[in-house]
Design a protein around this ligand. Structure first.
Ligand code: WQD
Length: 340
């Protein structure tokens, strides 16, 4: 079965392509290379010994997308392609709405005309905003996300729910908490282009001397050590959840709409300071930091109740924070040799 993976050379996309190939799926990747580099494709081939088909174009090019569906028997899609920098989304909102939503709609137009089902959507815990109760499960009420990025995720979910109902299609909305880590081979990982927005790539670059100091955005939150708490999930565990969610849709014989929704996290919260200390201890490095004011739009705390994915997908996150952070340091060492 050929699965279309949009954004398949990106961080979570590339790790998911590896798991799909290892599970015997054929993979067709579309990636505009705006937030990744082409060598990732070669590394996927080295890790799996298989060659996914790759098309380098922007999903807003409808005519090119139609050609891909004409050329391949597509049986499902995992849609990662989106702009995802929370801060940037506040500065160029129209570009975020256009890219994230037009790309999604173009794929759904093809799914509609060709009566294709099995659509997995890369969503985010950001759709919950600051939830009132922890841990966060799938019945937790959604709130208007703080960022335009989060709003595009919430709108994307709504578009897919309406699509599934209208066309009796099978969809799965995967709400990630905070993905971290790199592939155990050391050949795949988060490729921050420019100054990293997210915590772990910034910690990685500070430890390796690329950044002078980590800014910790606020230590006056109502948490144990005053820094904000998140649920940091290892990227390979997250990738495996995508294969499990896809298999569930494919195996579901229902001819009615299927709308699966899963929170994908470890179920454990870690503070910013805990992540920094764990990184230093695990990798025997120093991460100099300074406490700064809170970052606009940040929430205090978010961690998942992953029981539903456990029960229905027979999936759970198995990798510790320390192990995930060890793979990050291995990846940074790989990047250093690549760039030298
Ligand atoms: C985590 C914590 C920061 C950087 C966002 C999106 C989510 C997902 C992951 C895409 C926060 C603190 C960070 C730094 C810091 N997006 N921090 N110094 O904001 O929880 O989630 O990225 O996949 O949908 O909402 O992740 O890593 O940016 O921040 O102190 O230099 O680390 O304030 O408390 P976030 P993050």
């Amino acid at each position: 079965m050929a699965i279309l993976v949009t954004g398949g050379l990106g961080y979570i996309g590339s790790h998911t392509v590896v798991e799909l190939l290892n599970n015997g799926f054929e993979v067709v990747i579309i990636d505009d290379l705006s937030n990744t580099e082409r060598f990732i494709l070669k590394n996927i081939e080295e890790i799996t010994g298989k060659k996914p088909v790759f098309y380098p174009f922007d999903l807003r090019r409808k005519e090119l997308l139609t050609q891909v569906f004409d050329a391949h028997q597509i049986d499902g899609c995992i849609n990662f392609a989106a702009s995802k920098a929370v801060g940037e989304s506040q500065i160029i909102p129209v570009d975020y709405y256009e890219n994230n939503l037009f790309s999604l709609i173009n794929i759904l137009q093809e799914f509609k005309t060709r009566k294709i089902s099995n659509f997995i959507f890369s969503s985010s815990c950001t759709v919950y905003g600051q939830a009132d109760v922890m841990p966060i499960d799938e019945n937790t009420p959604l709130k208007t996300p703080e960022s335009v990025y989060g709003k595009t995720k919430q709108m994307g979910e709504q578009i897919l729910i309406d699509f599934a109902k209208a066309y009796h299609s099978k969809i799965s909305l995967l709400r990630y908490f905070n993905p971290i880590g790199a592939h155990p081979s050391g050949k795949l990982g988060e490729l921050p282009i420019g100054i990293p927005n997210n915590l772990v790539p910034y910690v990685m670059q500070t430890a390796s001397g690329i950044r002078e100091k980590l800014n910790i955005w606020g230590d006056d939150y109502p948490t144990e050590d005053g820094t904000a708490v998140r649920d940091y999930i290892y990227v390979v565990d997250l990738a495996k959840a995508h294969v499990a969610a896809l298999k569930k849709l494919i195996d579901d014989p229902s001819s009615d709409a299927v709308i699966d929704i899963y929170n994908l996290g470890t179920g454990k919260g870690s503070s910013v300071l805990e992540v920094v200390k764990a990184f230093e201890k695990t990798n025997n490095v120093e991460v100099p930091y300074q406490i700064c004011a809170r970052r606009e739009g940040d929430i205090t705390i978010a961690y998942a109740n992953p029981d539903k994915a456990g029960k229905e997908l027979h999936w759970k996150s198995e990798t510790s924070l320390e192990e995930a952070l060890r793979t990050v340091w291995e990846w940074q060492k790989y990047l250093k040799t690549r760039n030298s």
